[in-house]
Design a protein around this ligand. Structure first.
Ligand code: 5RP
Ligand code: MG
Length: 224
């Protein structure tokens, strides 16, 4: 059976709508998933989702809200603008995640999903509760600020990612990824690699997205 290669997602964390849309236009067709990034959503709101949806009617669009509360309302607001997936922070309560899930599925029954964003402290008991609540996507995140403070990707991250996959999650990974970092995940069944600055701040963003795609194929091939 042919194994599905990991998806590539671009995160648009620009501080203004124009920057995000310019980047989306240059790389949108090179990637599988387009993310309305937290930074930009906080600046401009879910109008970003609406513009991305109108530009890319057939792509998966994620609203990276990192929603902590009022899950049903936030999910509804983003789903009506065209989001397929929306993120909830791992410290959100189970009712927040469940109401977010219901809202996004009600509006987008075919593709609507909630993803749990893993930051800081969380436990595998909580992870089981997310699965029990019908949420099977998790995003393993190295925080931008932790990376800037000297944190690096390593074995400890791989072990957590592998354990979450064993539990039944589709696991995306993100946080300062470069083409070179992807090698670390060779042999690990990552669902989606999410890259922001590694693509959008490259001299040639479309070329950078293609380089990520080529490396994803390369590490996928090494494990057939
Ligand atoms: C930060 C995010 C970013 O979208 C994610 O980390 C990807 O961006 P980058 O590759 O630039 O780190 O959600 O909280
Ligand atoms: Mg993001």
């Amino acid at each position: 059976m042919t194994k599905q290669l990991p998806n590539l997602q671009v995160a648009l964390d620009h501080s203004n709508l124009k920057g995000a849309i310019t980047a989306a236009v240059s790389v949108g067709n090179e990637v599988d998933v387009i993310e309305a990034g937290t930074v930009c959503l906080l600046q401009v709101g879910s109008e970003l989702v609406e513009v991305l949806r109108s530009l890319f009617p057939n792509k998966i669009i994620v609203a990276d809200t990192k929603c902590a509360d009022a899950g049903g309302t936030v999910a509804k607001n983003n789903a009506v603008r065209g989001a397929d997936w929306m993120t909830c922070i791992c410290s959100a309560t189970i009712p927040t995640m469940k109401t977010a899930r219901k809202a996004i599925e009600d509006i987008n029954p075919d593709k609507g999903e909630i993803q749990v964003e893993l930051y800081g402290d969380w436990t595998y008991d909580q992870a089981q509760q997310w699965l029990d609540a019908g949420i099977s996507q998790a995003i393993y995140h190295q925080s931008r600020d932790a990376l800037l403070a000297g944190e690096t990707w390593g074995e400890k991250d791989l072990n957590k990612v592998k354990k979450l996959i064993e539990m039944g999650f589709r696991v995306s990974v993100t946080g300062g990824l470069s083409v070179d970092t992807l090698k670390l995940f060779e042999g690990v069944d990552v669902f989606t690699f999410i890259a922001g600055r590694g693509i959008t701040e490259a001299k040639n963003p479309a070329g950078a997205a293609r380089a990520f795609k080529d490396e994803i194929k390369q590490i996928g091939r090494a494990h057939v």
